[in-house]
Every structure is written in structure tokens, then in C-alpha cells.
Write a protein that binds this ligand. Structure first.
Ligand code: ATP
Ligand code: MG
Length: 561
């Protein structure tokens, strides 16, 4: 595993806490709510929490924050565990659920009431909102704020027994309705929800709120540093208040960091769920999704995502990361790992007129020029080949160095060929055959007389090639920030890029790769990195393009210096 040697303000705090003897053992947690699949933003939090625990000899818990039974699903629980493991992290025996603590959290609720720090409020949800006030206006005390401890205990116990309907009552912390921090204006800590929970079934009909359950779950587990994104900064006083009122053994320190934002995509699970529900994408693991399962299916490696998380770092200031940085990371990783093969996505037939029809030569091709240990392979060459249609122009402009009538080019690992003429479809005028002659003395792609050609094309032997399906992807949205106009009432779905997926069914790939499995990765020479999709059948392999070879981010970096 790549050890993250980078320092950041959170690691500085942890190092100080260890040096001062405040903590011997660092305990962190990654606390997803199982209401959707994990996305690349979660990867930042996973790498941070698990990375810190690993690097300081501590441990990191995986805790499902499952306090919202109406939105949660065991499918999400499974996918989250798969994704965390896939990313390369292991919680060992430390798998927990907020729902493990429902009884304890209820007992703490009773304790708050006994200490006169909580009361049952019988305002309707709308009234509670109206009484809360605004950023500029203080809130108003609930008429139920003065209820006696006995009455509160009785009502809270009856809420738990199921005697009331949703919305009839809630339990609220008794803090300060005039606090400038709205989170401290007597926040709700328990509400009635008449829904079965995927783990506790119908044991409960009251459920704790996030703010209440989170700090107490952290405390119960002995978390030392509770790392969360910046939107929880204003909740920290509440986090601390709750732990200060109760007889808890441990008071974790909450530290906030900026969440990851990526351009040309959306990152909230609610939005991602809508893309799935509306059929904009095929599923949560659609290769266009910024989910970890989507990125995996697209061909991203765990190493590339961890590297990306290292590169973006951890800080307090919000920013938007360019998608090309993520692409740079996967390119860098696959460049080292992915074997090269030749495949033609938009084939046109090339016929070598002076090559015998019955001859086949096995030519040696390098599997990965970055890694000689990956060896070589034999690629069959014959009289009829396919090349990319766009590698030929009948009437080329000056700067076009690829094939055109009278021009000589190199066929990768094979020979120099010179174009003589073309055959067109008499009806459509489309070029159907390109006729060339080859120079047998240039075998392997070098000319003995030092003759130079300006371009090298990839090709496949028509007789030997395998037909494959290729899926090319573009950005899912046509705007850098698809949600920017939401306040003006423009839904982010209005900015979906209609051309984000292009399926090409008649592509040809060199032979010799018959036993492919989903997830196998190759570089198609000159075309990009491709990954075998689970939709593949024995008869037809399907490849997703992970990323092109073009490296925009590296170029931008170069320009800056
Ligand atoms: P979303 O808004 O996408 O639904 P969430 O914050 O509600 O995300 P949780 O399941 O509650 O999702 O998140 C689990 C953890 O992941 C939290 O600690 C949260 O701070 C962190 N997290 C979520 N999104 C990001 C992000 N974009 N960047 C960094 N951390 C994130
Ligand atoms: Mg959340």
C-alpha cells in the first residue's frame, strides 16, 4: 500500500496529541449513511480516516449511520462494504452501526430529561420550524419547554411504546432558543418514525437524529478524532454540548475539512439517486457515475483513486477539483500496468495488393514499452487489414501526415505501406477499400535505407480480428457546476450531456485475447485505456473506455511552470 507521507493540518493535530500523551491509540471512523452508493468524495474521507489510522498505528471503524429507516437499504450496506474493501481498506472486526446503540441512545435520552436538558415538544413540524427563527432573528421558546421532568419521562416512554403518531411529539434538547447558532435552538434529538428498520425491524418507532446519534456513537466507540466535512462545523457546538451533558467515558474531538468537489459531475447521493431513478444512467455503477462502483466499472484502479486523494490533499478551504486530475491519476497508473493491444474502432479495409493472399506472418509486438518484463506477443499480419477510417484522407490538408494517396506510413510492428488508390461504394461514395503496396524490407517497422515516415498507424488483420463492442464516454454534464442554478429553480438534470455515451458495435480487436474477464484492462494503442465490462458475453466482449491517452492536466501543469 502506498504510504501517505503528506502532512496536513489533521495529521499535525494527531501528532501533537500523541506527543503530548493525550492519546496513545488513534481511533477514527468512516460513518456513511446507507442511503446510496459511495462516491469519489467519500473516497477522500475513507483515505483520510483509514490512512491516518494506518499511519499512526491506530484503527478505523466502519460505522453505518443508519438512523433514517425510510431511506436506507441493505443493498447500500453491501455496496459500501464492497467499495471500502475495493479501495484497499479493512476495518477488521470494527464494523458498527448506529442502530447497535439505539437502546443506549434511548437511555441517554431519558438521562437528558432527568437532568432537565431535554423535553418532549408537541408542536407540529411546521410550528417547530416557525418557532426556530432565522439567521437574523432569535427563535421563540416552545410552549412545551416548561414541561416537568415526570411528564417528559412519561411522554418519552410512551413515544417509545408507539402510543403516538408521527409528528405528534419529538424530544428536543433544552439549550437556547436565542443562540446565534441555529443548531443550538433546542434541536430535535428523537422523532417518531413508523417504519421498519433494515436491522432492528419493528423494535423501534422513535429514531435518534443524526446530530444526537453521531456524537454519542463516536463516544461509545472511543473515537479519538471525529473527522467530518465542513458543513458540520456549525454543528460542533451541539456535538460538544450533548457529550458534556451526559456521563460519557470519552469525548472525541471533531475536526472539519473541506469536502471534495469535482467539476462536470454531481456528488450528493440524493442527486445521484435521481440520475438512477430517472434512467439518465443505467445504474449506480454506470461508468459515467462518480460513484466508486461506477469508476471501478469504468476501469479506474484503487491505486489511481488513492493517488488522487493524496494529490488533492486535506485542507479547510473549499475548492473545485478538475476532473482531468482524476484522469491523470488513472492514466499514470494504467500506463505502467495495462498491456498494449491493437483495436480499430471505426474500421475501413486496407488491402495490400502485393501481399500473397494465403500468407500469414506472426509479427512481434511489445506488450508494454514502460515495462519490458511484460514481454512480447505475436500478432498475425495478412493481406487484408482494418485501419481507422480517420487515419486516411483522400484529399488531405497540408498537416495531415497519416495515410493518403501516394503517401507512405508505418503499420505498427509490421511494414511500411504506400497508398495507391481507393475503392468507393458506387452509390454512397463512401470509401470501402484502401489499396496499398508494402515494402517487405521494412519488416518490424524499420526501413533498412533510413527512409523516414511521418506516421505510425495501428491495424488488425481482418481475417483474424475479433469483433467487440466499445463504449465511449464523455462528461455526464455539459456544465462545470450542474447545480449552480438550482436556487433559480433550474434543476441540475437540465444540464445532462445528451452525448455522454457512444456505443460502437463493430469494432475489431487483435486475436489472442479470448479469455477476458470483467475488469481486465488494456491500452488500445493510440485510442486510450479500456476495461472489460460485465455486460460482456462469451460471443461479444464489451469494453469501456476509461480515459483517452491525451493528458490535459499534465499539459496545464506544464504551462503553469
Ligand atoms: P452526500 O451529501 O453525498 O449524501 P453525505 O455527507 O450525506 O454525502 P454520508 O454517508 O453521511 O454522506 O458521508 C459519510 C462521510 O463521508 C461523512 O463523514 C462525510 O463528511 C464524508 N463525505 C461525504 N461527501 C464527501 C465529499 N464530497 N468529500 C469529502 N468527504 C465527504
Ligand atoms: Mg449525510
Amino acid at each position: 500500500m502506498d504510504i501517505n507521507k503528506q502532512s496536513n493540518f489533521i495529521r499535525d493535530i494527531i501528532e501533537q496529541d500523541m506527543a503530548s500523551g493525550k492519546h496513545d491509540l488513534i481511533v477514527t471512523r468512516f460513518p456513511p449513511e446507507p442511503n446510496g452508493y459511495l462516491h469519489i468524495g467519500h473516497a477522500k474521507s475513507i483515505c483520510l480516516n483509514f490512512g491516518v489510522a494506518r499511519d499512526y498505528g491506530g484503527r478505523c471503524h466502519l460505522r453505518f449511520d443508519d438512523t433514517n429507516p425510510k431511506k436506507e437499504d441493505p443493498e447500500y450496506v453491501r455496496s459500501i462494504m464492497d467499495d471500502v474493501r475495493w479501495l484497499g481498506f479493512d476495518w477488521g472486526e470494527h464494523l458498527y452501526h448506529a442502530s447497535d446503540y439505539f437502546e443506549e441512545l434511548y437511555q441517554f435520552g431519558l438521562e437528558l430529561i432527568k437532568r432537565d436538558k431535554a423535553y418532549v415538544c408537541s408542536l407540529s413540524p411546521e410550528q417547530i420550524r416557525a418557532y426556530r427563527g432565522t439567521l437574523t432573528e432569535a427563535g421563540k421558546d416552545s410552549p412545551y419547554r416548561g414541561r416537568g421532568i415526570q411528564e417528559n419521562l412519561d411522554l418519552f416512554q410512551r413515544m417509545r411504546k408507539g402510543e403516538f403518531d408521527e409528528g405528534d411529539h419529538v424530544l428536543r434538547a433544552k439549550i437556547d432558543m436565542s443562540s446565534p447558532n441555529i443548531n443550538l435552538r433546542d434541536p430535535v434529538v428523537f422523532r417518531i418514525v413508523k417504519a421498519d428498520h433494515h436491522r432492528t425491524k419493528d423494535d423501534w418507532c422513535i429514531y435518534p437524529t443524526y446530530d444526537y446519534a453521531h456524537c454519542l456513537s463516536d463516544s461509545i466507540e472511543g473515537i479519538t478524532h471525529s473527522l467530518c466535512s465542513l458543513e458540520f462545523q456549525d454543528h460542533r457546538p451541539l456535538y460538544d454540548w450533548i457529550l458534556e451533558q451526559l456521563p460519557v467515558k470519552c469525548h472525541p474531538r471533531q475536526i472539519e475539512f473541506a469536502r471534495l468537489n469535482l467539476n462536470y459531475t454531481v456528488m450528493s447521493k440524493r442527486k445521484l439517486a435521481r440520475l438512477v431513478q430517472k434512467g439518465v444512467v443505467s445504474s449506480w455503477d454506470d461508468p459515467r457515475m462518480p460513484t466508486l462502483s461506477g469508476l471501478r466499472r469504468r476501469g479506474y484502479t484503487p491505486e489511481s483513486i488513492r493517488r488522487f486523494c493524496d494529490l488533492i490533499g486535506v485542507a479547510k478551504s473549499e475548492n473545485i477539483v478538475d476532473m482531468s486530475m482524476l484522469e491523470y491519476c488513472v492514466r499514470e497508473d494504467l500506463n505502467r500496468k495495462a498491456p498494449r493491444v491493437m483495436a480499430v474502432l471505426d474500421p475501413v479495409r486496407l488491402i495490400i495488393t502485393n501481399y500473397p493472399d494465403d500468407r500469414v506472418e506472426e509479427l512481434e509486438a511489445v506488450n508494454n514499452p514502460e515495462d519490458p518484463s511484460m514481454g512480447t506477443r505475436k500478432v498475425p499480419f495478412s493481406r487484408e487489414l482494418y485501419i481507422e477510417r480517420q487515419d486516411f484522407m483522400e484529399d488531405p490538408p497540408k498537416k495531415f501526415f497519416r495515410l493518403s494517396p501516394g503517401k507512405e506510413v508505418r503499420l505498427r510492428y509490421a511494414f511500411f505501406v504506400t497508398c495507391q488508390n481507393v475503392v468507393k461504394d458506387p452509390e454512397t461514395g463512401e470509401i470501402v477499400e484502401i489499396h496499398c503496396s508494402y515494402d517487405p524490407a521494412t519488416k518490424g517497422g524499420d526501413s533498412p535505407d533510413g527512409r523516414k515516415v511521418k506516421s505510425t498507424l495501428h491495424w488488425v488483420s481482418a481475417r483474424h480480428a475479433r469483433r467487440v463492442e466499445v463504449r465511449l464516454y464523455d462528461r455526464l454534464f455539459s456544465r462545470p457546476n450542474p447545480a449552480e442554478d438550482e436556487r433559480k429553480g433550474v434543476d441540475f438534470l437540465a444540464h445532462v450531456n445528451p452525448d455522454s455515451l457512444k456505443v460502437i458495435r463493430n469494432c475489431f480487436m487483435e486475436p489472442g485475447l479470448e479469455n477476458l474477464s470483467p475488469g481486465d484492462k488494456y491500452q488500445f494503442e493510440r485510442l486510450g485505456y479500456f476495461c472489460v465490462d460485465p455486460d460482456s458475453t462469451t460471443g461479444m466482449h464489451v469494453f469501456n473506455r476509461t480515459v483517452t491517452l491525451r493528458d490535459a492536466w499534465a499539459r496545464i501543469q506544464k504551462k503553469k511552470h
